[in-house]
Design a protein around this ligand. Structure first.
Ligand code: C5P
Ligand code: ZN
Length: 446
């Protein structure tokens, strides 16, 4: 990949989008309710404020017809409609919107976009699942609007961390610019939130260790290492001791990306209210799940009002994720080529699926099906190694969902679906069949 050329092409698209945004007096912003979507919204809203452009932002869990209706009923003729971290896969659906549209996204484009400009890494030959997030794409547009927006780079990096991306290529370029500008500092260590070491290890779902959630085991692990106190106060030698001990635990089962995700460069966001990027991501994901997108967005906009409430919510949410992962352990089944579980009223199925594939059995993608009332939601997660071998979960979930009257999509490595009640078994069988075709040599991998 010749990053320079691809980067220039992406920046040219960002420039086109910036030109159109700057011609409008009012922008209707719609973004996703996860950490990447909320940071995308945080970036574009601050860039708009700085240009004196008024806006109205909504944070939504997915782009469906109800969102399109909401947009239509809350806009006037000359408004600009701007989608962040969504919109590439729903070209037909958003064609119903009469106003000018801009889409800033990193999902695989499907169909012919009605957007005046679609800024999407896939259009310039870059895999948006791994190399740049919705917030990174939005940040490139903000930089075209005003180079002074470099202070927003911390949000772009947080979005990429939230989407579990790599920090080479485009993300690497954004990171480098941010470090040079003093917006981000990098140190080595364990890639987890700040606070009391034992407590953080207890409630943090990633990295998922054999001591996670078990305070007695954590205390004896830390006693043996002689490590206590706040993570952010540990000196370099103690950090090394901690990371080596965690690496040893991970070496048994975890995928290479789980080890990368757990240990290495730790990013400190010098301009954000929550400088520890892992804490910020956990807080934002929690706000999104709790339908408090506004709270998450206000934190991205550096408003402290709800910060402590959001921090407390994030800790409780992570505790419940860990409990759910433990419960899920007993429900796991194996198909030909996928691991899966079919549950009810579970929380955080995305985290459950990613924990299984990253920390328990990296040989098989994992599909978690969760029925809540009349809604069945599916989250599927793979690894980079499986994607390199041919896995495309987005395709598998879209096709299997279509078969049972639902809809699905997303990224090759992480995707989701909604399916009608009562169709879970048929859906799983179809996903298993498609993945078996994508990964012919993986069948019955143990
Ligand atoms: O819901 P979850 O986090 O598992 O979704 C993973 C990915 O799948 C996201 O990128 C989301 O946009 C996508 N997705 C989709 N269609 C659905 C559900 C999720 O494209 N019905
Ligand atoms: Zn995203």
């Amino acid at each position: 990949m010749n990053l320079n050329i691809e980067m220039q092409k992406l920046k040219a698209l960002a420039r086109e989008a910036a030109d159109i945004i700057e011609k409008h007096e009012y922008v209707r912003v719609i973004s996703h309710n996860d950490a990447d979507g909320l940071t995308s919204a945080g970036i574009i809203c601050q860039a708009l404020i700085r240009k004196g452009i008024r806006f109205h932002t909504s944070i939504v869990p997915r782009l469906d017809t109800s969102v399109v209706e909401m947009v239509k009923s809350s806009t006037s003729e000359n408004d600009l409609v701007l989608f962040c971290d969504m919109g590439s896969g729903q070209s037909e659906m958003i064609s119903d919107i009469e106003q000018e549209i801009i889409v800033l996204d990193h999902h695989v484009p499907v169909g012919e976009t009605p957007a005046k400009v679609l800024v999407n890494p896939h259009l310039v030959g870059i895999d948006g699942a791994m190399h740049v997030s919705g917030s990174g794409t939005t940040f490139l547009v903000a930089m075209e609007m005003e180079p002074g927006n470099i202070d927003l780079a911390g949000l772009a990096i947080a979005g990429a961390v939230g989407d579990k991306q790599l920090f080479s290529t485009i993300n690497g370029h954004i990171l480098e610019e941010a470090v040079n500008a003093g917006v981000i500092s990098v140190k080595k260590g364990l890639r987890i939130g700040d606070g009391d070491l034992a407590r953080v290890l207890e409630y943090t779902p990633e990295p998922y260790l054999d001591i996670t959630g078990d305070r007695d085991k954590i205390d004896s692990f830390l006693d043996i290492l002689g490590l206590h106190g706040n993570i952010e106060d540990l000196d370099t030698d103690r950090i090394k001791k901690l990371t080596s001990a965690v690496a040893l635990k991970l070496a048994k089962h975890a995928s290479p990306e789980a080890i990368d995700a757990a240990i290495g460069d730790v990013y400190l966001l010098n301009k954000e209210l929550v400088p520890n990027v892992y804490d910020l991501v956990a807080i934002l994901n929690t706000c999104g799940k709790a339908e408090k997108g506004g709270m998450g967005l206000s934190i991205c906009m550096r408003d402290k009002t709800h910060l402590e409430e959001a921090r407390d919510m994030a800790v409780s949410h992570q505790i419940s994720i860990v409990e759910n992962i433990k419960k899920g352990m007993d429900m796991v089944k194996k198909g030909k080529s996928i691991g899966y579980l079919i549950g009810e009223d579970m929380e955080s199925t995305g985290m459950i699926a990613s924990t299984f594939v990253r920390y328990v059995d990296p040989e098989m993608p994992f599909v978690a099906v969760n029925q809540v009332d009349e809604l069945v939601k599916v989250s599927a997660r793979g690894t980079r190694a499986l994607v390199e071998k041919g896995l495309d979960l987005s395709f598998a979930l879209r096709e299997a969902a279509k078969l049972v009257g639902g809809e699905g999509g997303g990224h090759n490595v992480a995707s989701g679906a909604s399916i009608p009640p009562g169709t879970a078994e048929e859906f799983i069988a179809k996903v298993d069949e498609i993945v078996a075709q994508q990964l012919p040599n993986q069948e019955n991998a143990e």
